[in-house]
Design a protein around this ligand. Structure first.
Ligand SMILES: *Cc1c(COP(=O)(O)O)cnc(C)c1O
Length: 506
């Protein structure tokens, strides 16, 4: 092999590249972004606080930049890294014989778990005219609704206890039936950080011959270390539980890898094989895809592989220790703020904060107004709309907090912002069914009186103004199909190029 030397100045055949100019423009674009590091954003980003780990991930990604993960026989490094990550997953999730893949993220892992279950259901019910159904709690991640939408299954959504976010196991097991292709439980569920009763549900699913997926996208790389890190015992939820047939665990969340990686493991080889797609019925190369994409980047895989290899179980336990103490401090602070409370009893580093209904009206704190007040103190919390469940009960509107290892570094300032933000808005109400005062009796606004989503997008882009509190309140009051359509228009307008304003490439 010859080693090409770096060109010092462009020769006659070189295409001049304005690398500095392009990177400067990227840096200018990035100035619009929320900070990804430092613990100011309590959702979306999972900062380990270890700069060397980020640097390692970047170097590993660069090493495989040109590799195509489509064909591990041509690029065996892909299979080797994936094998190491599956081995790591087997160890921490206690599935010594589990098999699976690294996917691009939680959504893809959930989608493939559903796909596998659908194939298995079809095999169990040849010629059935029933429609395969995913049986899941209200708090299960939206990714399962998306999977049902893409793969043409129905969903059977089971309400949770609105006061605590917990799923009564019998509520779900009673609904197991012939149409059930998959039961989903979460460890924990994203909205409130509450762990579902995995053992009871998985046992019933097993008895009914139905696969049971544990969605540990968010908890899969933190709950295994929680007890060793001093967080106390966690009820069983992994492959040790009989009846658990698959688990998703996102490497790009508490695995501290850059975005684009998740683990999907199956206890059972037959179910694992059902997620594949293979085709020899075309004139091109023989196709066999374990995941959704064809050609795929190996950069996130390499980055995740490097991060998990470097941290090892001990590294994760150490980072989890930082989470345990910061989570306890945040929870204690919220519990000490009059007018607010943590919903239920979360397991792990997530929680949802709701208005304390036992407080008198003038002492209550609306969680969305609170989030806005905390944002003025430069901590970004995530608003979640209130939701009326199928049984008529209302899951209250809440504000979600994802604690990360760096939360510890800004803890004093954060705790003060949480307290002061509540003082700013105590007694103020904003309407909607999840609000402290309205109780779902607000008439739905007429569509013609709604804000124009394109106008909202324009204001958000040009003036940096987006009144999230108003958007969430609107989501609470509108029929769900209307609010969903509104979100589509908003995002499409937000990302659409604006002639005369956005740069052209000429
Ligand atoms: C994040 C998450 C998902 C979806 O994962 P993405 O990586 O955002 O695609 C699914 N389930 C749970 C519980 C999650 O927290």
């Amino acid at each position: 092999m010859t080693c090409p030397s770096e060109p010092t100045s462009p020769g006659p055949d070189e295409i001049p590249l304005d690398t500095d100019g392009v990177l400067a423009r990227l840096a200018a674009y990035r100035e619009h972004d929320a900070p990804t590091h430092g613990g100011r954003v309590l959702s979306y980003v999972y900062d380990s606080g270890l700069a060397a780990l980020d640097e390692l991930a970047a170097r590993a990604a660069r090493e495989v930049q040109a590799v195509n993960g489509l064909d591990p026989t041509t690029f065996p490094s892909v299979a080797l890294m994936e094998g190491d990550l599956v081995t790591f997953g087997r160890e921490i999730l206690h599935g010594p014989d589990a098999v699976g893949s690294v996917t691009s993220g939680g959504t893809e892992s959930c989608l493939l778990a559903v796909k596998a279950a659908r194939e298995a259901w079809r095999e169990r019910h040849p010629g059935s005219t029933a429609r395969p159904t995913i049986l899941l709690p209200q708090t299960a991640h939206a990714a399962f609704h998306k999977a049902a939408h893409y793969l043409d299954l129905d969903v059977d959504v089971v309400p949770v206890d609105p006061a605590t976010g917990t799923l009564p196991a019998t509520a779900i097991t009673q609904r197991l039936g012939e149409a059930t292709a998959l039961v989903v439980v979460s460890a924990p569920a994203y909205p409130h950080g509450v762990l579902d009763p995995v053992a009871e549900v998985a046992a019933a699913a097993r008895e009914a011959g139905v696969p049971c997926h544990v969605d540990a996208c968010i908890g899969g790389l933190v709950l295994p270390f929680w007890e060793a890190a001093g967080g106390g015992p966690v009820p069983p939820w992994d492959f040790r539980v009989p009846g658990v047939t698959s688990i998703s665990a996102d490497l790009h969340k508490y695995g501290y890898a850059p975005k684009g990686s998740s683990l999907l493991l199956f206890a059972d080889r037959a179910l694992d094989r059902a997620r594949y797609f293979a085709l020899t019925d075309w004139p091109g190369y023989p196709v066999v895809n374990p995941t959704v994409l064809g050609s795929r980047s190996a950069t996130s895989l390499a980055a995740a592989w490097a991060v998990t290899s470097a941290l090892g179980v001990q590294g994760y336990v150490e980072l989890t220790r930082r989470l345990v103490s910061a989570t306890a401090a945040v929870r204690a602070r919220v519990d000490g703020i009059p007018g607010l409370r943590v919903l239920g009893d979360p397991t792990g580093p997530l929680m949802a904060v709701v208005a304390d209904e036992s407080a008198a009206g003038e002492d209550r704190v609306d969680p969305h107004l609170w989030a806005a007040a905390v944002a003025r103190r430069e901590f970004v919390l995530q608003g979640q709309p209130g939701l009326t469940q199928a049984d008529g009960s209302v899951l209250p509107r809440s504000t979600h907090l994802t604690v990360t290892p760096v939360t510890d570094q800004v803890l004093g300032e954060l705790l003060e912002a949480l307290r002061a933000g509540a003082d700013d808005v105590r007694g103020q109400a904003s309407g909607g069914p999840g609000g402290g005062d309205a109780g779902g009796s607000d008439p739905a606004p007429r569509e013609s009186s709604l804000p124009d989503p394109t106008e909202l997008a324009r204001a958000a882009r040009e003036d940096g103004e987006l009144d999230l509190t108003a958007v969430l309140a609107l989501i609470e009051t509108l029929p769900r199909d209307v609010s969903a359509r509104m979100l589509v228009e908003f995002l499409a307008a937000f990302t659409e190029p604006r002639p005369g304003r956005d740069r052209t490439l000429s």
